[in-house]
Design a binder for this molecule. Sequence first.
Ligand SMILES: [Zn+2]
Ligand SMILES: [Zn+2]
Length: 385
Amino acid sequence: MSDHAFWRSLRQDLHAHPELGFEEHRTSEIVARLLGEDGIAVHRGLGGTGVVGTLKAGDGNRAIGLRADMDALAMPETADRPYKSTVPGKMHACGHDGHTVMLLAAARYLARTKDFSGTVHFIFQPAEEGRGGAKKMVEDGLFKLFPCDAVYGLHNMPGLDVDEMAVVEGPQLASSDSWRVTFKGTGTHGAKPHLGRDPVTASGHFIAALQTIVGRVVDPLQPAVVSACSVEAGDPNALNVIPDIVKIGGTARAYSPETRDQLEEEIGRLAHGMAASFGVEAEYRFIRRIPPVVNAKEPTQTALRAAETVFGEKVRTAFPPSTAGDDFAFFGHEVPGCYVWLGNGPAVDGALHHNTAYDFNDDAISYGAAYWVRLTETELPIKSG
Ligand SMILES: [Zn+2]
Ligand SMILES: [Zn+2]
């Protein structure tokens, strides 16, 4: 990939000017301008600051989407580097600055070479970091305006070499959901529990029983996590008062839609059952945030073929899934997709994603861009004869 100095300095410029989800005004302006300069049709406004660039070549009628995320995180940058964040409390600690630049570099190359037949949509999404950018783009009509037969995502991964890529079929990232249970009893004097209905004891039994969902209900071969992360009740200054209400909240993670459904149902069943056995009431809410990212068979095979032309022997087809989430899942939910891990080199000073010293590795730019190019050419081949 030519123009390496240009892409490197653009990546460092984006790093120095991080923007949070749905606030990527400067970044999306740069993205739209560069795509436009390459003669790529630009559509703005999906998901607010989202940008979609569309490039057609030949007469192929197949279309694919390639996705990069643009947002930074609300955290300070502690490492000293010439292109350190200029915005206090904001930083590119997940490497999305690199994702943006790699897709731009690929778009420019493809616009010049057009060695494919079909349509490629370059999807620059806002707000991947927990703010719902992908979902918003889908709700705003992403795949109605830009129908795709397959959609592809990529994330940098420290610990893999920059000339290394993991392409694995099946679950890559977990679903990430929240749940809330409120136990409602009848408050009373701490010395006279028989005159009320105690929600604290009910909630204690509920929390203790919660792990039986993973231990006794979910298939032992299916990974799942249920954690109670917040408990609120009573007043530490009123140790002779049994409160009316206990509020509990937590997270639930799974790698399959079936296990995710099961967690939603079972946490509720346990809450209601436990409440009934203690004569209190339970209110239950399961808040679906992000589905799991599950790589579909065909796009994964295509991605693998493309990756092999760039990374050769250094393509990994086995790599452990992450308990984190990525809202690329909303794209993969609409259209068969594949999400790959691109090496970011060794973790410098131990800094991993979301660390205040993390940095995207500019040596990875040409590898990531080359992958996008080969993927497009593999997905949308020019038919011979
Ligand atoms: Zn992140
Ligand atoms: Zn990320």
